[in-house]
Every structure is written in C-alpha cells, then in structure tokens.
Design a protein around this ligand. Structure first.
Ligand SMILES: Cc1cc2nc3c(=O)[nH]c(=O)nc-3n(C[C@H](O)[C@H](O)[C@H](O)COP(=O)(O)OP(=O)(O)OC[C@H]3O[C@@H](n4cnc5c(N)ncnc54)[C@H](O)[C@@H]3O)c2cc1C
Length: 401
C-alpha cells in the first residue's frame, strides 16, 4: 500500500497529500480546475483544525491571510444593527464567525505550496472510471493515460465524482436542506471594518462581508422548494434571486444590481451528505465528498483538515487499508455528527418562518453569550471544534494489504 490517488485539490485533497507524503506514502492529486483555484468564500478554521495547520507548519501563513473578520451583526431594513457577535465572544472558535477566517482560495494556495514539489498534480483532468481489482484500483482519466493505484480517495467536494462512481448517485446521500445559496464579489459602500452584516426577513437572508483586498462578498440564502433548471443556467439563477429578494430593504437593491454582472457568481442548493460508510474496498471519501454539513455554518473546512490528518495517520500506521478506513471513521464519526447537527440550526436561523423568530434570534444573540452556560445554546462551537484529539501517528513500514 503505497500509491494513493486523490481526486480534488482544494482543502481536503492537498492536506491529505501533505500528510501521506509526510508518512512516506506516494500521493497523486487530480483536479478538474487548471490550477489551484483562487478566490472563493471566507471559511473559518476552528479548534483542532488549527492544530493540524500548526503541525503542517502553515498556521502563521494562515494567520497572515486572515480576512480581518471581527464578527457578525444582523441589521434591519434601515441598516441599524439589531444584534452583534464578535468573533471572540465565546472563545477563539466559539463565535458564529470564528476568530480565524480565511478566503478559501488563500487556504488552497497555502496548502498547495505546503505539499511541495514532490507531490504529483494532474490539473485540468478528472477520473472517468474506477475498477477495483484484488490488489489495486484501475483508473481511467479524461486526459491522462490509465493507471493503477493502491488506493483512491475522493476529496472532490459536495458533488463528488468518486462518490458517484464508487458508491452511487448523489441523490442517495444528499439530504436536502430546503434552500438555495448564492455568493458573488461586490464592493463595500461604507467601510465594514471587519464586520459581516446580515439582513433577515421571513424565509431569507442577504449578507455582506469584507474581503482582505478591501472589496466584499455578497451572500443570499433563501428557503425554496427545488426549482427545475439547468445547473449551468446562471441567468435563471440570478433571476430567481432577483425575484425572491425584490422587496427587501437595507443594501439588497444595490447588491442585486451588482449580481447581474458578477463574474464569480456561485449558486447551489444547500444539502448535507450523510453516508453509513465512507469507504468501499480500496476507495474512500474525505471532506465534503463524505460528510458535507452544509456550505453554511458547517465547519466543513475544519472537518476536511482534521479528517485529512486522521486518514493519512491511520493509513500509515494500520496493518492494512481496511483497518485504516475503519479507524478513520471511528475517530471522525462523532465530530462529523455534531457538526452536521449544528449546521441544521445555523441554516434554519437564516430563513426563519416569522418576524417573531427573528426578534427572538436577535435577542438570544445579544444576551445569551454573556450569561453563564450561554455558549451551550449556540451549540457550544468551541467544544465542538475540539471534539477530536489528534493522535501522534508514528508510521511503520506497511506491507501489502
Ligand atoms: C458558499 C460556501 C460557503 C462556505 N462557508 C464556509 C464557512 O464559513 N466555514 C467553513 O468551514 N466552511 C465553509 N464552506 C465549506 C467549505 O468550503 C468546504 O467544507 C471545504 O472547502 C471542504 O473542502 P473539500 O476539499 O472537501 O471540498 P471542496 O473545497 O469543495 O473541493 C473540492 C475540489 O474538488 C474539485 N473537483 C470537483 N469535482 C472534481 C472532479 N470530478 N475531478 C477532479 N476534481 C474535482 C473541485 O474543483 C475542488 O477543487 C463553504 C462552502 C461554500 C460553497
């Protein structure tokens, strides 16, 4: 057991490659984008995930790329703040926005650099078929020549190709969260001073957060039954958002205007991936591919980093891959279950059914963090972020499995 093909070079993939190489295995990454993808939304690093970054020697770089986030505030239609929560209100990982937030593209770049020149990357390519044999996995690619690897790991995100090839269609594992999300680049009309602003009316939330380049990202989340349209038809998606938010106040009209021409428009249905097992023979899943909690408030980046550390460590120390995959699941299951449960509450608080709920949410946010035991009512994110304690994996030479 030596060669490992990893599909997806965002967060989980390069982190896994780093640790596999650290343990003396030989990872290859295949990524459909032509290069490490820049930009993207802000993601936070919480609890144990920071320790993984520290052990990789990249924590200082991550800190240097911090978005400057200082917290989150809800605003009413006139822009008046109705509730605020600073990033460090309930510990460094306990706030709705963590004290350490970074643009996903910056994290991807840092992780890519950390894997070093010794890791093979196949950019602009993807897996087309996987065939398990007794001793390996035969893989065909869109562009590269066919090859056989000892193991294949799908770290290719919510809509994982490896998962669909090896485990079945996405519909079997995706639990619909009843909402759509859109994110795109915009500007700050006034200096946001590190604050993410959110405006909620029943059924939907519009948001705005600053990015380190002095610009901003706009975000729209709204409850909706699934609407039939082509996943690539962004004109219809923009239209759906414009119609849904047409009557809203605050900065929404300006943001809808900016959305029309935004080149980095991202749109997806919110869903959670739930699977009974993350491996089948010599193929396993990691990150959003295995356990996406929700693109919003789901600790996805932290789970991806911690999962990469654990999976690589188990592969390096277990007597065979089956044992390693089993132990990886045992280590990660509770953490994942808690993050997924937390995500459900986070999503529903952004599309509440009534104005009364909005008032209660704002009141809770203003008051509860400051009373003893209040963090528990927010899902105790600080504790959740530290669910997994990192073991010190001391690899030994692995014989065939
Ligand atoms: C809008 C949005 C907001 C988010 N906000 C937060 C947040 O605040 N906090 C947080 O912790 N997390 C957040 N997340 C989630 C976070 O981005 C993910 O949980 C995290 O990036 C998971 O990493 P991953 O490597 O598993 O998957 P991804 O980052 O999704 O990466 C998958 C990679 O696989 C590649 N790929 C896809 N298909 C193929 C294929 N067929 N062949 C080869 N490569 C392929 C993709 O190009 C990509 O590079 C957010 C996500 C989104 C979309």
């Amino acid at each position: 057991m030596n060669t490992v093909l990893i599909s997806g070079a965002s967060v989980a993939g390069p982190a896994l490659a780093y640790w596999l190489r650290h343990h003396g295995l030989t990872p290859t990454l295949v990524e459909r984008a032509p290069a490490p993808r820049p930009g993207g939304q802000a993601v936070d690093l919480r609890g144990t995930a920071r320790e993984v970054a520290e052990r990789m020697g990249v924590l200082d770089q991550v800190r240097a790329a911090h978005t400057g986030a200082r917290g989150m505030a809800f605003v009413n239609a006139e822009g008046k703040r109705t509730a605020t929560m600073a990033s460090d209100t309930m510990g460094d990982s306990g706030g709705v926005i963590a004290e350490l937030e970074i643009l996903r593209g910056d994290l991807v770049r840092i992780l890519h650099e950390a894997t070093g020149s010794g890791v093979e990357y196949l950019f602009d390519d993807g897996i087309t078929s996987l065939t398990q044999t007794g001793t390996g996995v035969a893989v065909t690619f869109e562009r590269a020549a066919p090859r056989t690897f000892d193991l294949v790991i799908g770290a290719d995100g919510l809509h994982s190709k490896v998962r669909s090839l090896a485990f079945g269609p996405e519909s079997r594992f995706a639990h619909d969260l009843g909402a759509y999300i859109a994110i795109f680049g915009t500007t700050q009309r006034e200096d946001l001073d590190g604050w993410q602003l959110m405006h909620t009316v029943p059924g939907r939330t519009a948001g705005l957060y600053p990015t380190p380049d002095g610009e901003a990202k706009a975000m729209f989340v709204f409850a909706s039954p699934p609407v039939e349209f082509d996943r690539h038809d962004t004109a219809r998606q923009r239209e759906l958002i414009a119609t849904t938010f047409a009557d809203d106040g605050w900065e929404v009209p300006r943001l809808l205007g900016d959305m029309r021409d935004a080149p980095d428009f991202y749109f997806d249905r919110l869903s959670q991936i739930r699977m009974d097992t993350w491996s089948d023979g010599r193929i396993a899943l990691l990150g959003d591919a295995a356990f996406c909690a929700s693109p919003m408030a789901g600790n996805g980046t932290s789970m991806a980093l911690v999962g990469a550390y654990v999976l690589a460590g188990e592969l390096a120390t277990a007597p065979d891959h089956a044992t390693a995959f089993r132990r990886y699941e045992e280590e990660m299951r509770e953490y994942v279950a808690r993050c997924q449960k937390f995500a459900l509450g986070g999503v529903s608080s952004l599309m509440p059914k009534s104005r009364r709920f909005i008032r209660m949410r704002d009141f809770t946010m203003r008051v509860v963090p400051h009373i003893p035991g209040g963090a528990r009512l927010f899902g105790d994110l600080q504790k959740l972020a530290n669910t997994v304690s990192l073991r010190d994996y001391r690899p030994r030479s692995l014989t065939s499995s």
